[in-house]
Write a protein that binds this ligand. Structure first.
Ligand code: SF4
Length: 441
């Protein structure tokens, strides 16, 4: 029986530059505008100096209070809902497994990465604590309250991991140590392990070693860009930002030496202008070092310098997700794969039947990141809808069901005879009976 598709069921295949992938030549960030003097360096927040009162939920109609780490940290909307400090539900997720704590200061991050909602140029229009980041708001919570809740819940906590996310700020190194010490004073890192999402620009080898000595379990470096050219264009000189590719690799090598095999990794955003072959060769390099790759699908973050550009087409993303999983967890090497003249994967380097088995398990298409308690290849850091809306999921924050596998197969152009995905099947599936709204979008 053949499968009749409605046109609307087809996911977007249009990438930047008119291709079915986001080409380098078309993924140029826009130039940041000037920042008024009275908005620079968190001046609005510091001048008004409103004292914080407990949990702060971002609200653009209200001046953000004066909050600083290590007393305050921000966390994703999903983490705040799971921790119980804000109300809400998430589409097809009961919780997140990673408590991601982001350092916070009125001055915010002093870097200017083109794809990031926290970037410095946003001082012009939004206080730091009110900025969207990976598509969601980040409530601010007193660190003491976070620790109280986790210590109180003990083994019953839904979280599998905590992650301290550093930003580029003169106090970031010191305050990461303070937050880690506040955590380990009350919570055993053997029962709830800690990851560090580092800021290599301000760190040296001794900083990496200190975090390991204080109980951190995994150390990650957000390379984000897959090539030196994209790195420089999106987070270096191209946008008046302080980061350099060589410094990031230097710290990644410290992490390899100090944290050891399987205990370090790198974040990579797919679809900022690299070819599939380039990003997969980078993933192979990380695996050969003994580490892992944690991938994000490029999404045009509102207010960022790349918000005018298209998200990564789903076929490009699915091929890279699948190939990355094979390299990271199935001992396939990039040299076993074949690519066309545009660098697109045309053979995954394993027999069809084995590839079909891996696709049908679905794990390859889940969010990638530091592991939790479920399995070594399942990330605790599930980042619900951090790189896509629920209507066209890029990284699945939950185990895939049959309807999701059918959608992924369609995106990979590997549908089984007689099976098809219709637009919205996954949103309206009988398997999903809770109200659809409110969702995190
Ligand atoms: S350093 Fe990190 S938080 Fe700061 S602008 Fe760059 S990506 Fe965003």
């Amino acid at each position: 029986m053949s499968c009749i598709k409605r046109e609307s069921a087809l996911p977007s295949r249009e990438g930047a530059g008119g291709n079915d992938f986001n080409a380098f030549s078309a993924m140029q960030p826009r130039t940041p505008g000037a920042i008024p003097a009275d908005a620079r360096n968190g001046a609005r927040v510091k001048t008004h100096n409103v004292p914080p009162e407990g949990v702060y939920l971002p609200n653009n109609n209200r001046l953000a209070p004066h909050m600083r780490s290590p007393e305050y940290v921000q966390m994703s909307t999903a983490a705040a809902i799971t921790l119980g400090v804000m109300p809400g539900t998430m589409h097809r997720c009961s919780c997140t497994r990673c408590l991601n704590l982001l350092l916070t200061y009125p001055e915010g991050c002093r870097a200017n990465c083109a794809y990031c909602g926290l970037a410095r140029h946003r001082e012009a229009d939004r206080d730091y604590a009110d900025r969207n980041f990976i598509r969601v708001d980040w409530p601010a919570v007193p660190m003491a309250e976070v620790v109280d809740i986790i210590a109180r819940d003990g083994d019953k906590t839904p979280f599998h991991r905590m992650c301290i996310s550093m930003i580029t700020h003169p106090r970031s190194d010191e305050d990461t140590v303070s937050v880690l010490k506040a955590w380990t004073a009350r919570i055993d890192p053997a029962s709830l392990p800690v990851s560090i999402l580092s800021n290599p620009t301000t760190m040296d080898r001794a900083d990496v070693a200190l975090l390991k000595d204080l109980g951190a379990d995994i150390f990650t470096v957000a390379l984000d860009a897959a090539t030196p050219e994209i790195f420089d264009r999106t987070r270096g000189k191209g946008v008046d930002s302080p980061h350099s590719w060589s410094k990031y690799w230097e710290v990644l090598e410290h992490a390899r030496d100090i944290f050891g095999k399987e205990r370090f990794g790198a974040h990579i955003i797919v679809g900022m202008g690299e070819t599939e072959e380039e990003v997969l060769r980078l993933i192979q390099r990380l695996v050969d070092m003994g580490g892992h790759s944690h991938m994000f699908c490029f999404f045009p973050e509102k207010g960022s310098l790349m918000d005018h550009l298209p998200a990564t087409p789903r076929d490009q993303w699915r091929r890279v997700q699948l190939a990355r999983y094979l390299i990271d967890y199935a001992q396939v090497r990039v040299e076993h794969m074949r690519f066309d003249d545009q660098g697109r994967v045309i053979s995954f380097g394993i027999p069809d039947a084995a590839l079909d088995d891996i696709i049908d398990k679905g794990t390859a298409f889940r969010t990638s990141g530091c592991p939790g308690k479920e399995a070594a290849d399942v990330s605790a850091c599930d980042r619900p809808y951090g790189d896509s809306p629920p209507s066209n999921v890029a990284s699945y924050p939950f185990p895939l069901q049959d309807v999701d596998i059918r959608k992924v197969r369609q995106q990979l152009e590997r549908e089984r005879p007689g099976e098809c995905y219709e637009a919205g099947d996954d949103l309206d599936s009988a398997n999903w009976t809770k109200p659809l709204a409110p969702r995190i979008v």
